[in-house]
Design a binder for this molecule. Structure first.
Ligand SMILES: CC(C)(COP(=O)(O)OP(=O)(O)OC[C@H]1O[C@@H](n2cnc3c(N)ncnc32)[C@H](O)[C@@H]1OP(=O)(O)O)[C@@H](O)C(=O)NCCC(=O)NCCS
Length: 149
């Protein structure tokens, strides 16, 4: 990742608009899902991370939340990088930042549900497959993956 990109947390209303819009465009629109389908009911209890380009446009996002009653566990969800910026290290940067937040909060174990196309990305970042998981919208096979940190 070069100096043209800045990693931060979304703060303003516009940040959050862009943040959820990117999620929707990358993760839901291609599956013909409506706006709103890119969110769940945990959004207010998560850590959100984004990367902005030199025009302050959000081009990569990711989220982590802690599992209630299981303080040592966390789940990463909704990782998405703008198509033209994929495979340039931005996803890895977001993942590293989410893991740093987990460490700061004494989390020892992170899991996630990886889309089939993203399994190699997570393997490169130290995640292992635990089991075959659900099929999203009857279209995309997911794999449960985990990492001890
Ligand atoms: C999956 C995703 C988040 C990865 O982010 P990214 O910015 O493209 O990935 P990075 O450039 O940080 O990749 C880090 C490493 O993983 C590798 N990698 C990334 N995506 C990969 C893929 N699909 N298959 C194989 N390797 C991959 C990169 O080549 C790189 O390896 P290197 O360090 O040896 O060069 C991003 O491509 C994306 O948004 N994809 C579409 C949405 C999606 O599938 N999200 C995940 C939902 S679980």
């Amino acid at each position: 990742m070069n100096d043209n990109f800045i990693i931060s947390k979304p703060v303003s209303k516009d940040d959050f608009f862009q943040y959820f819009d990117l999620r929707w465009r990358i993760l839901r629109k291609p599956l013909n899902q409506k706006k709103g389908s890119e969110r769940d009911n945990l959004e207010n209890n998560c850590h959100h991370i984004c990367i902005k380009d030199q025009n302050s446009k959000i081009v990569a996002v990711g989220r982590i939340h802690f599992i209630s009653n299981e303080k040592k566990q966390a789940q990463i969800r909704y990782m998405a990088v703008e198509e033209k910026f994929q495979k340039q290290g931005l996803g890895q940067k977001i993942l590293n930042e989410l893991e740093a937040i987990a460490l700061l909060n004494n989390v020892g174990f992170i899991f996630l549900e990886a889309r089939e196309n993203a399994v190699e990305f997570y393997k490169k970042n130290g995640y292992s497959i635990k089991k075959k998981s659900h099929i999203l919208y009857d279209l995309i096979q997911h794999w449960t993956m985990y990492k001890k940190i």
